[in-house]
Write a new protein. Sequence first.
Lengths: 286, 262
Amino acid sequence: MSNSENTAISHELVHEKKDRISLSDYIGPAIVFVLFIGVWYLLSKVILPQQKRFLLPTPDKVLTDGFFVWRTGERRGLQPILLSLWSSAKVALIGLAITIVVGMGLAVLMSSRRWLERATWPYLVAIQSAPILALTPLIRALVEGTQTQRLLVVVLIAIFPIVSNTLFGLLSAEKSQHELFTLQRASRWTRLVKLQFPAALPNIFVGLRISAGLAVIGAVVGDFYFRQGGVVGIGAQIDVYRSRLWGAELITAIILASALGLVVFLLFGLLSKAAIGKWHITNRGH
Amino acid sequence: MRGAQVIDVQTGSFMSESVNALLDFENVGMTFPDGTKALQNISFSVNAGEFVTVVGPSGCGKSTLLRIASHLEQNTSGNCRVDRDSIGYVFQDATLMPWRTIRRNVELIAELHKLPKEERRERAQAAIDLVGLNGFEDKYPRQLSGGMKMRASLARSLVMQPKVFLFDEPFGALDEITRERLNDELLSLFQHEGFAGLFITHSIAEAVYMSTKVLVMSARPGEIIASFDVPFSYPRSHDLRYEPEFAELCGHISHALRGAHQ
């Protein structure tokens, strides 16, 4: 085919509008942030009755007493909070790694056999909805070591979205795509690696982002129930602040724990963009 | 009736002349597990250098015919003989993998056949050049128009140089101009490669323009009720579509098709 014909079809290329970041992308979050701080002041200065205001110190008090104090005594100040945050972050990340391996492995098994899928679902839903609080005595009796117990809590809380999204993705390849592989008599493994897994990636990343957030929650919840000597997790730290009515430290710890969740969430967002951004598009509809 | 050959429906047999055909249907029938009779008494063959097109009402089992030829489906009676390893199959939609670039999409079948990397890269490039997609190798499918995606799909099948090419209404979703251009390109590929082609379409004009022979199928259960040899020589030019002989043949086929609908 000649070159002129080739340029003749080049107009058939689909041009896409680039999703450019504009000023409004910064103004929106800024407005919401100002509103958030305003509501906070309103709550702690006006809405809460006088005698309950210690529960929610004002934002400036949280900054001066929580964030800007390095350390007083054994537990107060930013340093002990950061140490316990790091302890929880480690549990969350290791737990998340285990969750990903186990969850995706389970999804691959479930995608290969229909009876396996049907047999497994009820238990996954049960794990997802079972209150961890009720399971703690059992976990304590079955598993030794607070670290392992905390990891188990993370896996239990975070596994569902990974399994369900991966499975959904693995089963999302089109019939004709499967037939293309059938025509070449591709093995089950080839089909999995070259068709089902790449087709599942957008869903896998959705599952990863949700599970990553849940892993942080799982780590914090695990801290509540399974404490160890030395540096305690952020959940245990929060519990101490709560019981001693140390409002500023309590809010500081909560903000930092949420920030950890946010960072992990954003990290997986970036990872997703790097891995599939080139071919997978999201449509906002306008 | 010029170039027409009507098959005797009573005996249901239209035996092919050549036993050495690349694709041969012999009394093929297909009944689905739910009892639906999709095809019966299908007998015809396609030789190298022949381009046979099947037209018929929707749901008459045209696609099932291709699925049997490619072993995607197993016929319940009769015989279908074809070398499974020399089949190229072009689907209704382009069936590209959105996560692969055009180059990697075109390489896919060669990859599944475990061709060494260098060879498949070379073959893919040749196929890409052949369908006129050079310059677009590193684009992703979503960046391409429907016609270009179909070209990529053709190129992917061409890589393994199939002896038998099965086309399941490949251009049905395209606009007319793109469709006619791709018709011409496919015809030049056909002359160049000399494969045996079996093509499914709804369009009578497309069928006549492309083929050496047009088969008309009846409504379900699908049977071949008429066969027309197309006398025009290759290469065929765009103007052929406006020749009286062309229109006449289209008229005959249309007539047979109307019979098929009843």
